[in-house]
Design a protein around this ligand. Sequence first.
Ligand code: TYC
Length: 122
Amino acid sequence: MTVKTLSTQTDRKDHRPEPERDLLVLERQAEPVTKKPPLYSVILLNDDYTPMEFVVKVLEIFFAMHRDQATQIMLAVHTTGSAPCGVFTRDIAETKSVQINQYAQDNQHPLVSEIEAIDDED
Ligand code: TYC
């Protein structure tokens, strides 16, 4: 809240009558306009050839998952065809997905990840 005196008696250029000169204006500051960045999931896709152990390793390396959680997600991908592994801003999701796909290729596995926008609720 900013408190402004429209004018005071020391303002010599203000020729309004005294009661008006002493008017106090309370000005409400505008709410800051903020917007959350859009978020993206990194999704792992199932295939028939990538070893389960390799997928678990990918989840440990790129998503800092513990072995139990990584195994659960790997099995979710294996049984359902795909599963989200983490949620990030677009640049981070994109970078992780590219790095995973490169790592899989470097190791001659067909594992692929992709990113998908998450609908924001506001
Ligand atoms: N379906 C693979 C197998 O049976 C394992 C696998 C899991 C592959 C998850 C990819 O994203 C994946 N060896």
